[in-house]
Write a protein that binds this ligand. Structure first.
Ligand SMILES: C[S@@+](CC[C@H](N)C(=O)[O-])C[C@H]1O[C@@H](n2cnc3c(N)ncnc32)[C@H](O)[C@@H]1O
Length: 442
């Protein structure tokens, strides 16, 4: 790492090599198999055990698909934790690595960090952070966690014993066994630099946005003044939208939404139908997944897609983009789009999805923080030109000016489409619109 805090070329190279592999470190694959063998008293690839794991995975997925009020996701005895290790662990591990890499790119990691992971399960987040830090030369983390399920904590201990080294630059503490909704702020903790809720708040199925916000604010008391909160949820419509509603609730409680949202008109948004998520390259299936998939319905047991919704919040005022629409700009606020159906307009908005369309017609969610209904850019591939191709290539969250787009109301979805054609210009806004190289702060 150089004096400006940029990661060294060697560190960047190690990270790039890791992501190119698209698989979790083999030590975790083997340890998960070993843990299953230890818990059930037979080899993990015994046909009877595999069949029980398949049942557990299907039962867990059925639970996920239920409306949130009817979900009863319990990780108690039996195969539920083993199913989680086999099916969810690998994808969530890689997802966390991508999120930590994003924090590094945004200059949000510190050289010495204290992390608290709430609802840690078998330790996916701590192990992924430790793995990320193992590729850095002189940075250190200490990771604490909270978890209420004894079975998950047992798996956590096993993985810690089998997959981490004592002299590593990350110290992973065993989880505090507690319910995050009732626990007092965790005692004897130093100030936390990074507080994480990964795939957990959606499991508090009876909690209202206000109650979830109470919970996050309770933990936020332990944040250092420049500390971060990272909340991650599955990309499904309900969990994703709930995350945006929670984010706005937390903003109204005084936290700053650092990313991925940009409030370019300095208004609060209407998040009720905001379904915005990120995708990352899918992972290579583990040996366990492939073995489970050697059956009649293989697709049920292979979980490789990485799709997630996230928000980074802070106590201070720093945001990833400081861009605001300049006074006097002749662009339409999306709150006024209903007055402009079938007309050509200019707008400025953030691209808040990757491609939701197909090879023939690309489609991207847009947000300027003022829209009351979802707005999409619709781009037929035969209309792509040098002047408008940035809409396709710009990364998630980029702020773009769309010049000369036709507004169409889509009654079937109660949404607006902005049709991009050959005469449309797409111009990235210049201020603070790029993420820099990975950096570490002192
Ligand atoms: C889907 S898992 C996510 C685990 C891990 N954070 C990840 O991203 O893979 C949800 C975890 O949150 C835990 N959990 C749910 N509600 C909790 C609560 N009220 N208190 C503590 N842990 C909770 C569950 O036991 C489970 O381990």
């Amino acid at each position: 790492m150089n004096v400006n805090g940029n990661l060294s070329p060697n560190e960047q190279q190690r990270m790039a090599s890791f992501f190119a592999e698209r698989r979790i470190p083999a030590i975790f694959e083997r340890a998960i198999e070993g843990y299953i063998t230890k818990k059930v008293g037979k080899s993990w690839d015994n046909p009877v055990i595999l069949e029980r794991l398949r049942h557990a995975i299907v039962a867990q997925k059925d639970g996920y698909w239920k409306p949130s009020q009817q979900r009863r996701l319990k990780y108690t005895k039996g195969y539920s934790v083993l199913g989680y290790l086999g099916y969810h662990f690998p994808v969530y591990f890689m997802q966390t690595e991508h999120l930590v890499a994003m924090l590094a790119r945004d200059g949000l990691l510190k050289k010495t960090m204290t992390v608290l992971d709430a609802g840690t399960g078998p330790g996916v987040v701590p192990f992924a952070i430790a793995d990320f830090y193992s590729r850095l030369d002189d940075a250190r983390t200490t990771i604490y966690s909270v978890e209420r399920s004894e079975e998950h904590i047992e798996a956590f201990k096993y993985l810690r014993d089998h997959c981490t080294k004592k002299d590593a630059n990350t110290s992973i503490k065993l989880p505090f066994m507690a319910d995050i909704t009732t626990v007092d702020p965790v005692k004897n903790l130093e100030k936390i630099d990074l507080l994480i809720f990964s795939n957990v708040l959606n499991e508090l199925n009876t909690a209202s946005p206000e109650q979830r916000a109470d919970l996050v604010m309770k933990f936020a008391k332990q944040l250092s003044p420049d500390g971060l909160i990272l909340i991650v949820e599955p990309a499904g419509e309900t969990t994703s939208t709930q995350l945006r509603i929670l984010s706005l609730t937390l903003k109204k409680r005084g936290l700053t939404i650092h990313s991925p949202c940009s409030f370019i008109w300095s208004t609060n948004c209407t998040p009720d139908r905001c379904w915005s998520f990120v995708t990352a390259p899918s992972i290579i299936p583990t040996r366990l997944m492939e073995t489970l998939a050697a059956c009649k319905e293989p697709f049920r047991y292979v979980n490789t897609d990485i799709k997630y919704s996230y928000v980074v919040l802070r106590k201070d005022w720093e945001t990833w983009k400081q861009y605001r629409v300049p006074a006097g700009s002749r662009v339409l606020r999306l709150s006024q789009i209903h007055r402009h159906a079938n007309k050509r307009v200019n707008i400025i908005a953030a691209k808040m999805s990757e491609d939701l369309g197909d090879a023939k017609t690309h489609m991207f969610l847009l947000c300027d923080g003022s829209a009351k209904k979802p707005v999409y850019a619709v781009v037929p591939s035969y209309h792509i030109t040098m002047e408008n191709k940035k809409i396709v290539s710009a990364p998630y969250g980029s702020i773009l000016e769309l010049q000369n787009v036709l507004v169409r109301y889509n009654g079937a979805h109660d949404a607006y489409n902005l049709l991009v054609n050959r005469n449309t210009g797409i111009i990235p806004t210049t201020t603070h619109n790029t993420r820099h190289e990975p950096t570490l702060k002192n």
